[in-house]
Design a protein around this ligand. Structure first.
Ligand code: BES
Ligand code: ZN
Length: 458
């Protein structure tokens, strides 16, 4: 083991330079202009996987972006771990708020800054280097490895379930490991056992058939922006509860035990508010912040547009207004059912003065993974060795919709082994990965491969 840890230490700088190359390819999955970059990034990952010694490396084309598959199966009679991650990234706007260019990974202090450092190229890369460490030093690994890297996680993993269904045999494994979440705090490693689901909707309102002079016509028609604002404002009551009828029907209430466990975690609302730059926190009454973040459903307006938003002033009564609204879901809510409830409710409350269209953009189901499984116990042991600290158990507010599909289609549990940090600016300007987590993550994964055969006896 010491040889392996030494190898990680000696090669630190090279690893950073390689990560910079991976980061430099702007694989923004939602942006059609970056389609070729997404393909280039898949090629880069596939070449890299070949270079570190993975034997069966292939790129599967899909109706959307490609899936990279890689395998090393030289550990006869030993368990197989299937590592999942994503090489696509979120858009970078507003680009002017970045302190260094979003695709030029830059080290400042203890962090490396760029789009994709934490979510998720940097975390995927941690696995690449743990694998390389074994293969370059020993020519073998203590477990068999399969890997799938997708290019559509940030747009709802639309083509991945089909790939799983069509390749069940190829993907046979004992356990899935995903590093696409955060540790509880700096220096506090954690195992995540719950993710929220998602239901992402768009509302489009049309009022008059074209934009109107707001002086000549203001007072005679309902401004669609006002109508939209009224609709959105009515979706929460004064206690921060969502007003869509039936929305909470399937919500699994928090157990007393879990509430107590959350209360024991080191947490300060005051510190959290300060870090976020808000004077006060907001949320559903009757729940603590961690409960609201991890185990209660929410509704957020992600964007709203319409009318004149340019420099200066233009007196216009717009024809159209739109909003994107996402709901985070918890067990046992179902994304498709929530989408129907949302659509029915919006159509019911929309005033007669406007035409309304409601669209379901994408969704995913919430996940809870068992914490007493042998895979999780191996990860706990590995984290303790990698970070010199016992990890704690936490849930997360974000979504990785494929986790539920792994269970449904492949019958496999997922261990969520995150190396990001809660303030990593994922999906925002100045995303970063902490370097201690980068190297601690590599040590952890090296230990994990070593531990897994002891926990998952074949
Ligand atoms: N890495 C995140 C998921 C995540 C975020 C896990 C925070 C734990 C904490 C992932 O890349 C992501 O952003 N997922 C999307 C999924 C959506 C597009 C279906 C999300 O949560 O918005
Ligand atoms: Zn993301």
């Amino acid at each position: 083991m010491q040889d392996l840890l030494n190898y990680l230490e000696i090669n630190k700088n090279r690893f950073l330079n390689e990560l910079k190359e991976f980061i430099a390819i702007p694989s923004i999955s939602t942006n059609p202009e970056n389609k070729e970059d997404v393909q280039k990034c898949a090629n880069w990952a596939s070449d890299h996987l070949k270079n570190i010694g993975m034997t069966d490396v292939r790129i599967f084309q899909t109706e959307g972006h490609p899936i990279v598959y890689a395998e090393w199966s030289g550990a006869k009679g030993k368990p197989t771990v299937l590592i999942y991650g994503h090489y696509d990234v979120q858009p970078v706007d507003p680009v002017e708020l970045w302190e260094s260019p979003p695709f030029e990974a830059t080290i400042r202090g203890d962090n490396i800054y760029a789009r994709g450092t934490a979510d998720d190229k940097g975390q995927v890369f941690i696995h690449f280097k743990a694998i390389e460490t074994y293969l370059k030093n020993y020519g073998s690994l203590p477990v068999n490895i399969k890997m799938i890297l997708e290019g559509e996680e940030e747009v709802g993993s639309v083509n991945l379930p089909k790939f799983l269904k069509e390749n069940k045999e190829l993907l046979k494994a004992d356990l899935i490991v995903v590093s696409d979440s955060s540790m509880f705090a700096k220096g506090v490693p954690s195992i995540c056992y719950g993710l929220r689901g998602l239901c992402y909707m768009q509302i489009d309102l049309v009022g008059p058939k074209s934009d109107l002079h707001s002086g000549s016509f203001g007072g005679s028609v309902h401004n669609p922006i006002q109508a939209l604002a009224e609709i959105i404002a009515s979706l929460h009551d004064k206690n921060g509860k969502i007003t869509i009828p039936g929305f909470y029907d399937d919500v699994l209430p928090l157990t007393k035990k879990e509430r107590e466990a959350f209360k024991k975690l080191p947490w300060s609302d005051k510190k959290y508010a300060k870090e976020l730059g808000v004077r006060e926190l907001y949320g559903e009454k009757g729940y603590t912040t961690l409960e609201r973040l991890w185990a209660r459903p929410t509704l957020e307006c992600n964007g709203i547009w319409g009318g004149f938003t340019g420099e200066g002033a233009k007196t216009v009564l717009p024809s159209k207004a739109s909003a994107k609204i996402s709901m985070r879901l918890v067990p046992h809510q179902k994304s498709a059912k929530i989408a129907k409830l949302f659509e029915r409710h919006i159509k019911k409350i929309a005033p007669k003065t406007v035409q309304v269209t409601v669209r379901n953009l994408h969704g995913g189901e919430p996940a809870i993974t068992p914490i007493d499984s042998p895979g999780v116990q191996a990860a706990v042991a590995a984290l303790e060795k990698g970070f010199n600290k016992k990890p704690l158990y936490q849930r997360e507010g974000g979504s990785i919709p494929i986790v539920v599909e792994f269970k449904k289609i492949l019958g496999l549990d997922t261990v969520l082994l995150g190396f990001g940090l809660p303030d990593e600016n994922a999906h925002a300007p100045n995303e970063f990965l902490n370097l201690d987590n980068f190297y601690g993550g590599m040590r952890t994964v090296v230990h994990l491969f070593n531990e897994l055969p002891n926990y998952l006896k074949k």
